[in-house]
Design a protein around this ligand. Sequence first.
Ligand code: ADP
Ligand code: MG
Length: 260
Amino acid sequence: MAEPVLTASGLARTYPPARAGGEEVAALAGIDLQIMSGELVSIIGPSGCGKSTLLNLLAGLDEPTAGSVALGSGSPLLGSVAYMPQADLLMPWRTVLDNAAVGPQLRGLSIGEARERARAELLRFGLDGFADAWPSQISGGMRQRTALLRTFLTDCDVMLLDEPFGALDALTRQDMQERLVELWAAEGKSILFVTHDVEEALFLGDRVVRMTPRPGRIADEVAVDLPRPRAAGVTDLEPRFIELKRALEEPLRAEEARTP
Ligand code: ADP
Ligand code: MG
């Protein structure tokens, strides 16, 4: 049976006022969330509903105002959870290979060993032949693949991905989604994937958790009972996919209509 790998209980985060006399921002409140071993969970919600705040807390980069986060293994969060932030954040002074090598370097490997680990994965991440390219010389899709490779090479069982494909064009995005699912299936990682795209959330996820803003809360979740492997461009024509999409989009639209 699947074990919980990451558990958030009663999580809240209120940011102090940005200036004297300003107002506090209640970014998250009452978040209970559990990720099971080997699960791929999508989180969806409008901009500003606290998705990035939640990921920062789950990664251990920020402290909750209330509640707690725990790993099933009991290890501290920092060092055990891989995190890919919203922007690709490659280092412009490092080549593709050396950017990917940051992952294993952070685990304490020498640059030589780290490069070896990274080089062995270039083909699988569609970066073959680009080891020595600079981030400025490659496409947006390649930069995201480099950032994804770096995240995988941290060798953490739990991965948090914050809208990693948001800036990509539709075809590149589809390619990245398929790659991610393949890697996930091959490596048995537990992944929390943040997106504001309903189709992406459904294509990837075992479950889709929907958040609402002010303060950010979990409104509901749907189990994605679509068989795998799911073929991009085919799945989204299936009646069940369309049904699930509608169920998720309706409240999102209602939410947007309420936003001033
Ligand atoms: P999302 O990722 O869903 O777009 P965020 O977690 O970035 O949402 O933001 C949630 C809310 O918290 C927003 O209202 C945002 O303006 C606010 N917020 C985010 N980070 C900070 C911060 N460091 N200080 C103050 N307010 C913040
Ligand atoms: Mg965000």
